[in-house]
Design a protein around this ligand. Sequence first.
Ligand SMILES: [Zn+2]
Length: 144
Amino acid sequence: MNTAHPTPTLGQIINQLAAPASTFALSVTVDFAAAHQLHGYEGNCARLHGHNWKIIVEVTGQKLDDVGMVLDFKTMKKAAREAAKKLDHQFLNEIAPFDQINPTAEHIAVWFFVELSGVLNQTYARVSAITVWENDYSAVTYRA
Ligand SMILES: [Zn+2]
C-alpha cells in the first residue's frame, strides 16, 4: 500500500471542489435572427440588414446544490430562449431600448445581461458574462 499518495476519498474531492477560490462557469448558447441599422456609423451597418446572432450566457457560482449543480442548464436555456424570443425576427431599431440606443452587439450584450440577471441570479450563482456573436468572425463579451 502506498501511504505517500493515498487515494482521495469522494468527500475529500468534493471539499476540494468547494474550496473558496474555486469557481464553476456554466454556459448555454441560444440564437436569434433580426434586422438592425446603426445610426451615426459610416459603413455597411448603417444600412438596414440582418444577422443571425448567437448569444452565449455564462453563469458563475462557487457552491453546488445537493444534486451537485450550480444551476440547472435547463433553467438557463429556458431564460435565455425567452429573452432571445423577444428579439427574434424583429427590426431591433423599433423595439425598446433599441429605438433609443443603437442595436450594436455591445448594447445587445448588456440587454441580455439585464434581462437574464433578473431571472437567473441567485444567492450563490449569477450571470457573469454575455457573449454576442454577430457572425462567425466577430463577437463581443460583456463581463460584470
Ligand atoms: Zn449589423
